[in-house]
Design a protein around this ligand. Structure first.
Ligand SMILES: [Zn+2]
Length: 186
């Protein structure tokens, strides 16, 4: 027996009531923490709704996206079975699944010196640049990458690291050019 869907977000513990409009499915909830729950009589459709919602683009290397959930890790998506509910009209049995796409800005481990922060910002900038290629809405990843580069450049100048600031400036120009050429319009 599958458990009963109780609307409690498995990631933060809140009871969730807010729906999401414009989804592929009528059974869709959103938690303030960013998690979403999709339900459908056909579990594969909940996965399809999540793919559309987050705009992720699984590649051939990910295999059958309905067969397993392991591929979601590549997109920083956590998932939990939500159980089942009985929905009217018609007493339809709906299978629910929770998803949470975590903001991929890595949390710093603790207080950082300016040098640590520069390194951290550079790492975030490069990571978002890479994620741009996996996204069907790369505008998000592009903006985050650009922001991290800009902060890193400002900080590098402040630290008197002119060479590093110039390297980062060139790198940002490259990222902007790639985005303009390959992705703009998404
Ligand atoms: Zn939550």
């Amino acid at each position: 027996m599958s458990k009963i869907f109780n609307r409690v977000c498995p990631f933060c513990g809140l009871a969730v009531d807010a729906g999401i409009s414009g989804c592929l499915l009528p059974w869709a909830l959103r938690c303030p923490c960013g998690a979403v729950a999709f339900g459908s009589p056909d579990p594969a459709k909940a996965v399809d709704a999540m793919i559309a919602h987050y705009g992720v683009c699984a590649s051939a290397g990910h295999g059958d996206v309905h067969a397993s959930t392991g591929w979601m890790k590549d997109f920083h998506i956590r998932t939990e079975d939500g159980g089942r509910s009985v929905e009217m009209p018609g007493s339809v049995i709906v299978a629910w699944r929770w998803f949470l796409r975590e903001l991929p800005w890595e949390k710093p481990a603790g207080p950082m010196s300016d040098r640590d922060r520069l390194e951290w910002l550079t790492k975030q900038a490069e990571k978002f640049y890479e994620l741009m290629y996996d996204s069907t809405r790369p505008g998000f990843e592009f903006r985050e990458s650009k922001e991290a580069f800009e902060d890193a450049i400002t900080l590098a100048w402040k630290l008197g690291l002119g060479d590093e600031a110039e390297r980062l400036t060139k790198r940002l120009a490259h990222v902007k050019a790639v985005y303009a050429k390959q992705f703009e319009g998404f």
